[in-house]
Ligand binder design. Structure first.
Ligand code: ADP
Ligand code: ASP
Ligand code: MG
Length: 409
């Protein structure tokens, strides 16, 4: 009996008519093998970016219900075009929006979470020999408003559908050959990984490797659904993201991620007394702003500086909140720096090895890269540095941990 395969294609993979025809060829080849296919698509090329730009021309902080109504339209275009390309090949392609299928989410517009996927419609279509082509990135909330799942959210739609359909495989097609040791666009020595554990992929995606959306990895890990990340441009096995127990390779550091999308905010001279960190951060989180790296310095004369990073898009709002907090706390000036980058090294092998952090810091020191913040988890070490040094830092760390060399295990 044939398999059921969910295939998700990203923006570059459906960027123009030619790429859409290539996706149709991919689906046709799969069907010829006797398999059933459900497709999830992103919007064409950079069309989501263009829609966001347009919204911001009207209002730099658009109403989020309307933002979702707007940005969800990108995916409607690509699914209809692919369905046409399939029909041209004699395949019963049929486009569906998340709304038509009832992909239910919570009401957090622009960053909604999937709550439930109703698959009876898709299953009956599959039984009829139809290839459902479904909009990624979007859902509907309990009052029937359109929601979106955050940037990169089509990955999560693909995974959620594969789980709900109990698919045999979930393939995530993108514009690189799979998951690399680091972003191949940042470091030319990046090496394609055959396998990555869920645990490492969670840390890599969580620290900025946008090849898979974090929630997609969380979802796949929760339901133990292996994901294959592969290129829609050339043939290859790509990368299998799966449970650790099936993976033999255990390097100290498996991957490096880098982002320059955060800003660093500092509030100077706040009193070093219990409760101050909560007083600074509570209003920030109440405003729905996610805080990433946090550093509080040792006090001098009972005053201390408090620094944290947030997404650049939230920096202005966070700064305004901090100004108010500073007045009530009797603190000093607020500084905002958005010329920063965060580099993270990730590896399960770190658990069993001491000295990983010092090796990282030595490698950065050797290249005269100054570290302004450090944070660690069990299998990850992140540093904040100057944005202009991001590429140099990634390359230095890639070399220091020999990531271009395959481990013989
Ligand atoms: P899609 O539109 O297919 O979803 P994305 O742009 O969201 O594609 O994700 C793919 C991109 O992720 C790649 O082009 C690459 O620049 C970036 N990337 C970041 N880190 C990695 C990594 N470790 N391995 C592969 N790609 C990475
Ligand atoms: N089109 C959406 C975005 O650009 C979703 C996705 O591509 O996964 O973020
Ligand atoms: Mg993506």
């Amino acid at each position: 009996m044939g398999k059921l395969i969910v295939k998700k294609f990203g923006g570059t993979s459906v960027a123009d008519a030619e790429r859409i025809e290539a996706v149709a060829d991919n689906v046709e080849a799969e069907i010829q093998k006797g398999n059933k296919v459900t497709v999830v698509l992103s919007a064409m090329g950079s069309s989501t970016d263009d829609l966001i730009e347009l919204a911001k021309e009207i209002n730099p902080e658009p109403d989020l219900r309307e933002y979702d109504a707007l940005v969800s339209t990108g995916e409607q275009i690509s699914v209809a075009l692919l369905a046409m390309a399939l029909l041209k090949r004699g395949i019963k392609g049929k486009s569906y929006t998340a709304y038509q299928l009832g992909i239910k989410t919570n009401s957090s517009h622009s960053r909604a979470r999937i709550l439930d996927v109703e698959v009876s419609k898709i299953t009956s279509e599959l039984d009829e020999g139809v290839v459902p082509v479904i909009t990624g990135f979007q859902g509907m909330n309990e009052v029937g408003d359109i929601t979106t799942l955050g940037r990169g959210g089509s990955d999560t739609t693909g995974v959620a559908l594969a789980v709900a359909l109990n698919a045999d495989e979930c393939q995530i097609y993108t514009d690189v050959d799979g998951v690399f040791t680091t972003d191949p666009r940042v470091c030319s020595k990046a090496r394609l990984l055959k396998n990555v554990s869920f645990e490492e992929m969670l840390e890599l995606s969580g620290s900025g490797a946008k090849v898979l959306q974090l929630r997609a990895v969380e979802y796949a890990s929760k339901f133990n659904l292996p994901l294959r990340v592969l290129s829609s441009f050339k043939k290859g096995e790509g990368t299998l993201v799966q449970e650790e127990k099936n993976i033999m390779e255990r390097p100290i550091v498996s991957g490096i991620s880098s982002i320059d999308s955060e800003a660093k905010l500092t509030i100077r001279g706040v009193p070093d007394i219990p409760g101050v960190a909560a007083k600074i951060l509570s209003p920030i989180s109440e405003a729905g702003i996610e805080v990433d790296v946090i550093v509080q310095n040792i006090s001098a004369e009972n005053n201390t500086d408090f620094t944290f990073t947030v997404d650049k898009n939230d920096a202005k709002k966070a700064e305004d909140i901090l100004q108010k907090t500073s007045q009530t706390l009797g603190g000093g000036s607020i500084e905002v720096d958005d010329d920063i980058a965060k580099i993270s090294i990730v590896g399960r092998g770190m658990r069993a090895h001491a000295g990983v952090a010092s090796k990282m810091f030595q490698a950065l020191a050797k290249h005269e890269i100054n570290i302004s913040m450090i944070t660690t988890s069990e299998i990850k070490i992140s540093v904040v540095i100057k944005k202009e040094e991001m590429k140099k830092a990634v390359q230095a760390l890639h070399d220091a941990f020999d990531l271009d060399k395959e481990l013989d295990t």
